[in-house]
Structure formats: structure tokens, C-alpha cells
Write a protein that binds this ligand. Sequence first.
Ligand code: NDP
Ligand code: MG
Length: 382
Amino acid sequence: MKKKIAILGSTGSIGTQALEVIEEHSDLYEAYVLTANSQADLLIQQARRFQPAQVVIADESRYDYVSEALADLPIQVYAGADALCQVVQNDEVDIVLTALVGFAGLRPTVAAIKNRKQIALANKETLVVAGELVTQLAMENHAAILPVDSEHSAIFQSLMGEQSEIEKIILTASGGPFRKFSMEQLQTVTPGQALKHPNWDMGAKITIDSASMMNKGFEVIEAKWLFGVEADRIQVVVHPQSVVHSAVQFRDGAVKAQLGVPDMRVPIQLAFSYPIRLASTFDRLDWYHMADLTFEAPDLGKFRCLGLAFEALRQGGTMPCVVNAANEVVNLAFRQERCSFLQMSDIIESTMQRTTFVAQPTLDDYFAIDAEARRVADELIA
Ligand code: NDP
Ligand code: MG
């Protein structure tokens, strides 16, 4: 029996690479659900090729266009955010890959978990916003959450076969395109410069988050919830070559790491195939011609977003949700040249101070606080 996979965000960077994995292993997997936000033409093209049972276009204004284009095929077409929550509940679906971006991932991920689906989690924002609630729900529903983020997949792989306590997680970071920039240089960097990541080709939002190192801050929060390790035992280490994808140190001082060529298809494939590893044709490390592997401390003075994420995690409650919402607002504003690179962390910090704090939030609280934080951040930009 082939495993049926629902890809939320099939038109994105992770989504398209997941389709490559499915195509490579079409004897084992099939794309059962494909979804996009607004890229209707690419969604239609993917649907014609992979023949899923269902597709969703989140942007409702594009519904007629998609449904007419697929009218000759036995594919059910839906539109809107609610439909994302519906399709993941289908009894046929085995695995839900959350490859959509931002807070929009929270509701469908929760719906999938409540229906006991295996989650291949790329959408880290879900754990940043509501890590406690989501991991608790996953435990209650016996829904496995398998990490797709390369660092977390590396940690997960380092833990395979281990029963001992984790002493420390070593979370590696490329440092992004501005690692060596001075504060003065950072004042004038453009979205164009920030969108050129040295090692990874990813969607626009996460590429900007990598340049500001908010992405690494989010990954600290993601690691805490996935592996149950407190922030003071998660060490961020800048490793510009992105070969060591992260590591775990155990109580005897031994360190296990996972290494490889930077290629997201490796963690995507493992999140589908775990506990076994499937063959792949992806590039291998070339040990005789590898660049020197170097490691250094992150500069928290320059990359303030990283410190703000640690602070949000320390405060807990809705604070990480506020940071995520404010970050989504400033990330887009920076791309649209409505705020500068360094203003991003200032606005996030002010939004943290001005938004209501809820210590023990429910799912509804997260929606209310997300909306409030977006309003606050928008006002600060204006
Ligand atoms: P992309 O921007 O490339 O793709 C995002 C996908 O989600 C697209 O299919 C997009 O549709 C869809 N989408 C966007 N907004 C919404 C919405 N509001 N409702 C429904 N669908 C939506 O992002 P990435 O693939 O880079 O990233 C996806 C997730 O994976 C993020 O959470 C990111 O942090 C995480 N991640 C990504 C990595 C990477 O290498 N790219 C590495 C590690 C984690 P459309 O195309 O129509 O806009
Ligand atoms: Mg990552």
C-alpha cells in the first residue's frame, strides 16, 4: 500500500522538493492532497502531473480558475483556509507535510493532529506560536511529529538509537549573508541582498528570517518543543559551510552530529520514510575537497532577533506568538521596503512590550493575540 501524503504548500520551496521525493519513490508514496495560496497555474500543473484526489487553493478568488482548469479530471477542488483543515482530516491521508508558511500553518496542523495523522513538520511557526499546546495534543492523539527542518532532522537523527538524557543541543546556523557585516553596513542592506542566502535556496520569508537570524531563534523554540530541552541547554553555533546540520551532546560528553550536502530533500524523505532510510541519488559529501569546517559564536549585538526569540521563550505564554506575528509583519514590510533591516528587531521588541500577555493561552487566545500583535506592529511601522 502506498502512503498517501497531503502537502500543504505544494507550490513552495519545500513543497516542490517533496514532490521530487514522491516522484523518485512513486512505488511508496502518492500525493493525495496538494494545496497553494495563490499560485494557481503551478498548482494546476502539479495536479495534472500528480493526479491528487483533492486540491485546495487558499485564495478563494482563484477557485473558478482552478476548478475549470481541472474539470476534465476526477480531482475535487476546494478553496479557502477552512478547506485546508478539512482535507487533512480525510481518512485516506497518512502523512501531512506542513510546508506552508507562517501562522497560517497552525490551524491545519492542529486539525491533522486531532485526526491522528503523522506530521512531517516544515512549518516551524506552528511550534513557535503554540509549541506547548501542539506537542501536548500530539502526545494525546499519538500523532508523531517528524521534523523536516534540517537542523531538527539532524538532532532527530543523532538521537536515533539513544535512550540517554541530552546534555546539550548544538544548533548550527549558517550566519546568513550578513555574517561579516558591520552595524554600519547593516543599516543600509536591501531586500535584494538579504534574499541571497549563501547555502540554501528557500522561500522569501525564511530567507529574510535567516538573514536577521530570527530563523535561528525560531529554531531554538522549535527544538525546545520537539526534544523537550530547555533553552539554556541549546547552544547556537555559527557554522558558515552548513555541512554539520546540528548535533547532540550526551551526559558522557560524546557528541553525535549529522552531516551532509545542504539538500532539503534528505530530511523531507526521512520524515516520510522513518524509521527506515530510502536510497537517494542526491549529491554526496566530497571529503577530499570540502571547504574547511569552521565554528564561531553568534553576534547577538548585531543579530538582535536571536536574543528576542530567547527572551520570548524565557517569558513563555503568548510571548513567542507575539514575536512570530510581529516578525511576519516586519519581514513583509522589509521586503516591500517599508522598514529597514535594523528596524525589524526594534519593532518586534516594541510589539512585545505593548501586546497583551496571556500566561496559559488556549488556541483561541493565540488567534486573538496574533491579531493584536499584528495591529501593534503595523501601527509601529506606520
Ligand atoms: P515558500 O514561500 O516557498 O512556500 C510556501 C507555500 O505555502 C506555498 O505553496 C504557498 O502558496 C503556501 N502558502 C503561503 N501562505 C499561505 C497561506 N496563508 N495559506 C495557505 N498556503 C499558503 O516557503 P518555504 O517552502 O520556504 O517554507 C515553508 C515552511 O517550511 C516555512 O514554515 C519555513 O520556515 C519552513 N522551512 C523551509 C525550509 C526551506 O528550505 N525552504 C527549510 C526549513 C524550514 P503560493 O505558492 O500559492 O504562494
Ligand atoms: Mg533550518
